[in-house]
Design a protein around this ligand. Sequence first.
Ligand SMILES: *[C@@H]1O[C@H](CO)[C@@H](O)[C@H](O)[C@H]1NC(C)=O
Ligand SMILES: *[C@@H]1O[C@H](CO)[C@@H](O)[C@H](O)[C@H]1NC(C)=O
Length: 816
Amino acid sequence: MRRKGSFQIWPLRIVITFMSAHLATGQIRYSIPEEMTVGSFVGDIGTDLGLDPKRLVSGKARVFTAGDSEYVGLDKEKGHLIVKQRIDREQLCGEVSICSTSFNVILENPMELHRVIVEILDINDNSPVFPRGEMQVEISEGSPPGARFSLEGAIDPDVGINTLQKYTLHPTDHFNLNLQSGTDGSKNVEMVLQTALDREKKTNHYLTLTAVDGGKPQRSGTIKIHILVLDVNDNLPVFSQSTYKTSVIENAAKGTLVTTVSATDADESSHNIQYYFEHPSATVKALFAISSESGEVRVTGDIDYEKYKQFKIKVTAKDHGGLTDSSVILIDVIDVNDNTPKINIMSFSGALPEDAGLGTVVAMINVQDLDSGDNGRVTCSIDRHLPFKIESSLTNEYNLVTDSTLDREHTQEYNITITAADGGSPSLSTKETLTLKISDVNDHAPQFEQQTYNVYVLENNSPSVSIISVKAEDADWGPNARVSYFIADGHLNGHPVTSYVSINSDSGVIYAVKSFDFEQLKSFKIQVKAQDGGSPPLSSNTTLNIFIQDQNDNAPQILYPVQTSSSVVAEMVPRSADVGYLVSKVVAVDVDSGQNAWLSYKLQKATDRALFEVGAQNGEIRTVRQVTDKDAVKHRLTVVVEDNGQPSRSATVIVNVAVADSFPEVISEFTNFNHDTTYSDNLTFYLILALAVVSVLFIFSLFAIISVKIYRWRQNRLFYKSAPNLPVIPYYPPVYADGTLQRVYNYEMCGTTDSRMSDIKFVRPYSQNTLVNMSRAGTVQREKKEQEDADLSFENLRTFWLFGSRSDRGRAAKTL
Ligand SMILES: *[C@@H]1O[C@H](CO)[C@@H](O)[C@H](O)[C@H]1NC(C)=O
Ligand SMILES: *[C@@H]1O[C@H](CO)[C@@H](O)[C@H](O)[C@H]1NC(C)=O
């Protein structure tokens, strides 16, 4: 701050701040004198706008001056505005008395715009100056007192009190000064003749004209006036008008006629009158010329409305005798729309997150048009299909703001073309395109291609085999779209699911961790989660239904007839049996399922193939022809049970059949079965044992027959009448022979809990266990409970066991 004499003008400030929802905008005004040294303090903008220095630094505060040179800069650390270059008020504003320079202070994050106006105060740094040091005036000796002679004025570019205030003339024996103030504030100075001049007395007069301004200290300038007294000349030339008003359009071609001035003189013909501009300024000399003979004023340079809006030229007509008249030509310059608007992007970030709210400022724009009036009135616009709009904030300043929601997944980039058009006719316009990138926000969760996946895995798979690959897509970008996969925690049969399957978190490939067994686990369900890399991350789930598929890894199991190494069981066929007599039934199950459990029966070997056949589907052994007396008593049939798997698995069972009418016959024959075994030497013992067994059976049978007959009195028989010696099967559908139902049957067999127990149960009648129970003669309730077993025993009376080993024999004896 320069402190010199009266220039102790502290910066004066007026702060007007108004905030809109998204953009802080303020206006602040300072006043400083011109010609301050570079670096001088202008104003404390930090304090005045309430911005602390950190905010100025983080917001990258800067000064933006549209067009002109930057006079004021910003010291971010202190928050001070300082003079950046010499400010000469006269150069900046010329004769305009209120001179100011304006600029914006812009901050980012969030955007803030503050308008600063710095008024430049005048100091008396210019003296009044005459264009020339000396001037010559020719005056006729006959000029009457009161005759006026125009003098060249001095120029002081300062304004107000600091500009030219008055003139003084010395000596004043013949002339006085007359000061005329023009309407525009200009001062014309004239000499008025007081006493007549006499050429014969004094031909040359020398005067001094002094111009002084009103500043403190006062400054002045002088000019020497040389007056040459001429001989008598009767009449003065007179201009036809005291003021010639005319206009010229800017950019008028050189040679264009602006106006013609003319003066008449009663003494002489007008062609003797000469015209010239009186003390023209350099600008006038450059732009206009007057023809001294014709008085035509023509354009000689480029007239720019933006520099000069009006010219005032003093013109003088001088006759032969040296007498003159003065007039003024006022030339108005007419504006032409010759300047296109200029767009200055004050601030533009280039990228915007897609979740930016409505009204977020994208860019701040300043427009300039040097033309005046409508030609300089600029309007800004953008394509209205874009989700942005342009709002006017201050004069010539616009904000580009968001007008609707943005979605990067829809549009990643916008080219926003800003058009600035002026109001001229025709209108001139400029375009400026901003490319705005929309940056990603994690607003999409990964999406699995399928809501559920069904996976089929063949059992006995090798562990770590990949069973499926799941995939989730995320519409976001970069880390927000990087998907990782996880298996949701959970338990399956008491074990964590991760002990069954694992997932590659990058690829989504799911692996089996172990070998599955269909017979243990038929299917299970897992949840897979896909999560993106956003912050916070988003995720979604999918369900995997994993179905283990059966393999034919189990052979059929024979449930009946029971095979033991130590005993022989035989089916008895009476010799009277008809064709189709049901001898026995092979019952088998397969723990596999489907085709793998679809069993078929085949007679593989038989003592007499012509006598027996096996139902391929039901395993029933029937006679094929009438039994004759010639048929052997004992028959040995080998039945193969085969499942339908690929490859198929099978089991074989040996069924002993006795064709006989009496037990002794059977027993004698059947001991021969084991003829070459170690038991043959114990034949006698077996016979006795068998007789004892038969006797006991007979007693129980009698008892059983009586109770059963009573029990069955009112009940229908559930079983085939033609199969009195069949084992009782809990469920035995009539269409059993149909192959398709075989499966149902098997399912029943396997599906019931502890099915094997129930299977064994119906075999029990032949075991000593039952005999024990029967012999124990328990309570009536007990007898009732055992009713069914007893019944079965009775029904199967004709099927008997022969014990082979010594231990078995012992056990049997003990039982008996
Ligand atoms: C925007 O303009 C650039 C350069 O002209 C061009 O490469 C890009 O494709 C444009 N983008 C859109 C969305 O039109
Ligand atoms: C995903 O599943 C988990 C547990 O199964 C549940 O807590 C979560 O809410 C689910 N997430 C989605 C997005 O469905």
